[in-house]
Design a protein around this ligand. Sequence first.
Ligand code: NAD
Length: 259
Amino acid sequence: MQLAGKVALITGGNSGIGFAAAKLFTQQGANVGLIDLDAEGLEQAASQLQQWSGAIPIAADVSQAGAMQQAVEHMIDKWGKLDIVFANAGINGVWAPVDELELDDWNAVLNVNLTGTFLTVKYAVPYLKQQGGSIIVTSSVNGTRMFSNTGATAYACSKAAQVAFTKMVALELAKYHVRINVICPGAIATNIIETTRKYDLDEIRPRVEFPEGAIPLSEGQMGSPDQVAQLVAFLASDAASHITGTEIWIDGGQSLLQG
Ligand code: NAD
């Protein structure tokens, strides 16, 4: 039980990669706080995890400072400490030609993906500093090693900035034995694909075809949230004790091919 006795906060914990990580964390003995928007869904998710370890639902919007401060305090009230933070909540938002992208759509993506990461880390850090810990941020291949998803401009910019954020904070927190790393998944089968709003992309997308499929390692099949959760659990654990400020792509080679 690699994570026995650890306390972990997971944003976007209701679905996809966040829920898969929460499942693996609890199976490995960690207590988890799940942060997400949908209170009812969170109750169900947490009760499913309670068969393995402690899990509490915390309905909060990661882009709201007050809500995130309260969420972290709720974790401390419950378990008295915080060891692991998985800053994972994110949205694809609107993908559209740059002259059609509305300021509100741009702001929505940056607020959740980038400001949400900042707020999650900001309020957790005072507690992580007390005994050391591990932060994992979910970025993407988009904006880090892949730039051909034309129209996903706001998303890619938010994901690129998460990598810079990770590296800045890694140096700052090293002396407190707080590690922070960033994972960059390729296409993973989750709900995020259904919630993406796409407009007029045919007009701006370059015509490129990958006849053998765009994910070389899996004959074109998308990765699973469970595969990503394995990486997150490794980075959260003491097995990764000398790793900080690093991005790790988990994409079956997709970004090498697609670029
Ligand atoms: P998902 O939609 O299944 O899960 C994301 C969760 O985040 C949802 O439960 C959603 O309700 C929550 N969320 C959204 N906005 C929130 C907010 N303001 N406050 C709190 N919670 C909020 O998608 P996923 O694929 O599991 O996404 C997780 C992360 O992985 C995201 O950061 C995403 O950008 C990243 N990612 C996903 C893929 C992929 O192909 N699925 C690829 C690369 C990166």
